[in-house]
Structure formats: C-alpha cells, structure tokens
Design a binder for this molecule. Structure first.
Ligand code: ZN
Length: 153
C-alpha cells in the first residue's frame, strides 16, 4: 500500500499518514496507511479499504480496472512482473477472506467484551446470595482469559 501511495504521489509521514484525496481540506493528513496488506483508513472522512479500493477511488475507476492499472503501473515501475489472472484473483480472494475473518473476529470480541462488562456489573451490584451473582462470578474468569487471548486478533 505504501509503494502504491508513493507511486501516485503521496508521501506518507513517519506515522504512515498521507493527506486524504477523498475529502477536502485535509491539511494534516488523516489517511493512515497500514503496513503490508493492511490497507488504509481515513480518520477524517471514514473512507478505507484495500490497496485496490484506493486506486479505484483515486482514479474513479471500477475494481477490475483498478487491478489492471496496478498491474500495469507496477510492472513498469517496480516489480517487472505482471501477475497472471489466477495469481491476481487468488490474492484478491485471500484478502477478501482475511477481511471477512477479521470482521467476524472483531464482532465476536465486541460481543464477549459486552458480556464481560455485563457480568462485571452484576458481580459488583447483585445480591451475593443470588443465582445471577453466582453465574457472573463463574463467567468472569474464563471471559477475562478469552478477551486477553483474543485481543487484537
Ligand atoms: Zn478522508
């Protein structure tokens, strides 16, 4: 993503931010470029996605044209090799799968974090003789462990 941004004239600062081309007046650079295949996200306008989404939006072209443009521009400038159609779609597919896995993991983490907060409130406020209190105390340790284990996955 960083190489692509640089090829099209955006120079990320030390923290990996560039000025967002998708909203106006972004003097300080709100668009974060993530390392590797992490894509990008603008904290100003909320735009974000994969490197291909970036190129598609930047040049106002479709997804598949953006793939072609990346292939063309990078075979000229950087890699010297045009990926085959199969390599290209395998790469896209693996990115899509990774994004879907990450989204599902994030959703599950939020769900478990909400359960943890709920049981913590119960443990602090419920009658210690109640079944609900016992349930909360029982649930908290494994939940805390799970949240630690799954943080940032
Ligand atoms: Zn933006």
């Amino acid at each position: 993503m960083q190489e692509v941004a640089e090829l099209y004239g955006f120079l990320p600062n030390r923290a990996g931010f560039i000025q967002c081309p998708f909203h106006s007046g972004d003097k300080h650079g709100s668009l974060k470029i993530y390392p590797g295949a992490g894509g990008w996200h603008c904290f100003g306008c909320g735009a974000g996605g994969s490197v291909i989404d970036f190129v598609a939006r930047l040049f106002d072209i479709g997804f598949s044209n953006a793939c072609d443009k990346l292939n063309a521009d990078f075979s000229l400038g950087l890699t010297g090799k045009i990926p085959s159609r199969a390599e290209k779609s395998a790469l896209l597919e693996s990115r899509r799968r990774e994004a879907a896995r990450k989204a599902a993991a994030d959703a599950e983490y939020k769900r478990q974090a909400a359960r943890y907060r709920y049981y913590r409130d119960v443990a602090e406020n419920a009658d210690p003789q109640s079944n609900l209190f016992a349930e909360a105390v029982k649930a908290l340790d494994p939940l805390e462990y799970w949240l630690d284990e799954n943080l940032g996955r």
